[in-house]
Design a protein around this ligand. Structure first.
Ligand SMILES: Cc1cc2nc3c(=O)[nH]c(=O)nc-3n(C[C@H](O)[C@H](O)[C@H](O)COP(=O)(O)O)c2cc1C
Length: 215
């Protein structure tokens, strides 16, 4: 009887080793790809934040100085709300919150809402939505200037009855044949301001949470 390994066993072993090596290689590539995606995602968020929070107004790392609000009842949505905090030499300057309006025509509208420490809106941008092209999509800054109207607004400007579309007696325009999308955005921005007014100190005091996802 031969003392060597049976050919079936040895080729099986070889195949096993090849499969293991292949898996390890794939896992490595996968990790690298994931890292790159996370980095690109961060870059994208940073660019969006820069559009709203003036770079010269703060000197901390916004992407690191992030906490999360979870208040499903208040925001009418189960999504946690990442809040990026801008500080100048440690002093609160502004926040940028990612809020989801639940009541667009086709569901969620994700918004980036910048608010300065005294409660004035720095700016609002739509990150994602499924509203109908040509009807609801003028909420995008790329499609119309409508969303730029939030800059400089606050809870006193306009007062609470003004925080609605004109159709509902407020001061924000709706679009021709499309009231639902702008209404959802106006309500979400108003809600963010109301929340910030009450919880401002807690928002700035909360420890940074490295687990917060940036999407
Ligand atoms: C196929 C279809 C898609 C629509 N998409 C939107 C939309 O994305 N956003 C929106 O506000 N209204 C949309 N509407 C219109 C709404 O159903 C609703 O009539 C409108 O928002 C009310 O506006 P009005 O009060 O100015 O008529 C859509 C209607 C239809 C038939």
């Amino acid at each position: 009887m031969s003392k060597g390994m049976h050919p079936i066993i040895s080729s099986g072993l070889l195949l096993g080793i090849i499969a293991l090596l292949g898996t390890a290689l794939l896992a490595g590539v996968n990790d690298l790809t994931k890292e790159r995606i996370v980095e690109q995602e961060k870059l994208r968020v940073q660019q969006q934040l820069n559009e709203i929070a003036p770079l010269q107004s703060y000197n901390n790392d916004l992407l690191e100085d992030v906490m999360e609000i979870e208040d499903t009842d208040f925001f009418h949505h189960s999504a946690a709300i990442p809040v990026y905090r801008a500080r100048l030499n440690g002093q609160p300057v502004s926040v940028v919150m990612i809020v989801t309006a639940p009541d667009g025509y086709n569901g969620d509208i994700r918004l980036l809402i910048g608010i300065n420490a005294s409660g004035t809106v720095l700016g609002v941008r739509v990150i994602s939505h499924r509203e109908t092209p040509g009807l609801g999509d003028p909420i995008e800054a790329e499609k119309s200037d409508w969303i730029l109207n939030f800059a400089q607004k606050s809870l006193n400007n306009p007062d609470s009855s003004g925080w609605a579309v004109k159709r509902d007696g407020g001061e924000f325009d709706q679009f021709t044949g499309a009231t639902i999308s702008p209404r959802a955005v106006v309500k979400a921005v108003h809600r963010a301001l109301l929340y910030f007014q009450v919880h401002k100190l807690a928002i700035f005091d909360a420890p940074a949470n490295p687990e917060v996802r940036h999407d």
